[in-house]
Design a protein around this ligand. Structure first.
Ligand code: SF4
Length: 70
């Protein structure tokens, strides 16, 4: 399973829940708090946290694409 993360940046309301859920994958810009994607293809160990981040995001700004494969 390959997980790819995409951010719909204009939707981000800088709530920061993603950073709390998965700090290895998401950060926030210092200037305005908008999300910064650190890893668009997170390793297996991060996937549950990334899914949680997507669920917690109040703006639905985190898009996940999953497909089979290495
Ligand atoms: S949880 Fe959503 S709205 Fe909040 S900073 Fe992350 S992407 Fe932006």
């Amino acid at each position: 399973m390959v997980l790819r993360v995409e951010i719909d940046e204009p939707r981000c309301v800088a709530a920061g829940h993603c950073v709390t859920a998965a700090p290895e994958v998401f950060d926030q810009r210092d200037s305005d708090g908008v999300v910064v994607l650190l890893d668009a293809a997170p390793p297996a160990g991060e996937r549950e946290r990334v899914r949680e981040a997507a669920l917690l995001c109040p703006a639905a700004a985190i898009l996940l694409h999953e497909r089979d494969g290495a």
